[in-house]
Design a protein around this ligand. Sequence first.
Ligand SMILES: CCCCCCCCCCCCC[C@H](O)CC(=O)SCCNC(=O)CCNC(=O)[C@H](O)C(C)(C)COP(=O)(O)OP(=O)(O)OC[C@H]1O[C@@H](n2cnc3c(N)ncnc32)[C@H](O)[C@@H]1OP(=O)(O)O
Ligand SMILES: NC(=O)c1ccc[n+]([C@@H]2O[C@H](COP(=O)([O-])OP(=O)(O)OC[C@H]3O[C@@H](n4cnc5c(N)ncnc54)[C@H](O)[C@@H]3O)[C@@H](O)[C@H]2O)c1
Length: 310
Amino acid sequence: MAFATSALVRSLSTSASRQAAIKHVTVIGGGLMGTGITQVAAQSGHNVTMCDVSDDIVQKGLARIQDSLKRVVKKKYKDDPTAGQKFFDSTMENIRIDTNVERVAASTDLVIEAIIENLDIKQKLFSSLDKVAPQHTIFASNTSSLPIKDIASTCERQDRFGGLHFFNPVPVMKLVEVVRFGATSNETFQSLTDFGQAVGKTTVSCKDTPGFIVNRLLVPYMMEAVRMLERGEASARDIDTAMKLGAGYPMGPFELCDYVGLDTTKFIVQGWHELDPDQPLFKPSELVNKLVAEGKLGMKSGEGFYSYKK
Ligand SMILES: CCCCCCCCCCCCC[C@H](O)CC(=O)SCCNC(=O)CCNC(=O)[C@H](O)C(C)(C)COP(=O)(O)OP(=O)(O)OC[C@H]1O[C@@H](n2cnc3c(N)ncnc32)[C@H](O)[C@@H]1OP(=O)(O)O
Ligand SMILES: NC(=O)c1ccc[n+]([C@@H]2O[C@H](COP(=O)([O-])OP(=O)(O)OC[C@H]3O[C@@H](n4cnc5c(N)ncnc54)[C@H](O)[C@@H]3O)[C@@H](O)[C@H]2O)c1
């Protein structure tokens, strides 16, 4: 409890003079990213409601959070299991689950959207939330590749809209990109930055340009790895080994594709191809599309470039 309380107090004291502190957070999407964002927000003392489309999905999401939290507790409280159990319990007490996003958003300070990487679906979601959320509520998207301005376009609250781009796995990765577009107010940008820091991350400021900072550099590298494989220049295993041992990356590009999810990977490339159809780098990959069509979505489905079946 000590950790949770002190982080929230820090968040209140740094941001109180500028705007009301964020206490209740709604996370929409209980998949890879939504569960991670829910976990770090709850760990730092925020009340969080995680929403998805079915009870089964939110229950599975909750189980994933418990597994991840156990790993955090094991590491952080290895010499004090009693404090570790207290931390585990207080974090889980901060989490609620729901399938009715409109009801939850009607009384929340911050909505973080982490649903499928599809502009139309994100726009429809925010348009409906904009009608029910209180005036002060800030909206943020965790999109990997879509313009924040376009996602916000169906909302009245343009000034209270920005991007909060977390990295996978959220409990481990230390960065959050805070994204502002032309209409994002200074207060909103500051609130999002304060929130990112309150959940224990280092924040960087990004303009609303394709891929922000990290993905603008990471995605072309990963695309070129897929092209190398398609051209038959090296195997996936050898490319991964080369980038881990020769460039010091923790995962090779194909391991990372499987970790991120090949469906998400496909949506990112498809979106950028639609924005710039003449750019050969963004041409969709037949190999990735085939794997997705076969339901091979990477680690989350048990198979992608590699098999994870036991
Ligand atoms: C033309 C078509 C081409 C298509 C290609 C285009 C591709 C485009 C894709 C772009 C994707 C963008 C996605 C997104 O927008 C941005 C991202 O998120 S990018 C991904 C960023 N993440 C990474 O790069 C991860 C790199 N990997 C790692 O850092 C590590 O491998 C790992 C995941 C941390 C795992 O580490 P390992 O050492 O292998 O494994 P361990 O299990 O020992 O874990 C180490 C350490 O971490 C703790 N831990 C791991 N996972 C969790 C968890 N979920 N929760 C809590 N804790 C966790 C674990 O307990 C260990 O702790 P320790 O024991 O060391 O104390
Ligand atoms: N996977 C990554 O490594 C990663 C990293 C950073 C950002 N992102 C971005 O985060 C977002 C989510 O990615 P993910 O990997 O968590 O995807 P995921 O497929 O694991 O989870 C998405 C979840 O959203 C739910 N969902 C879909 N439509 C919904 C709706 N209308 N309302 C409520 N829930 C809905 C789905 O049921 C699913 O559980 C995407 O925008 C993605 O680009 C992904």
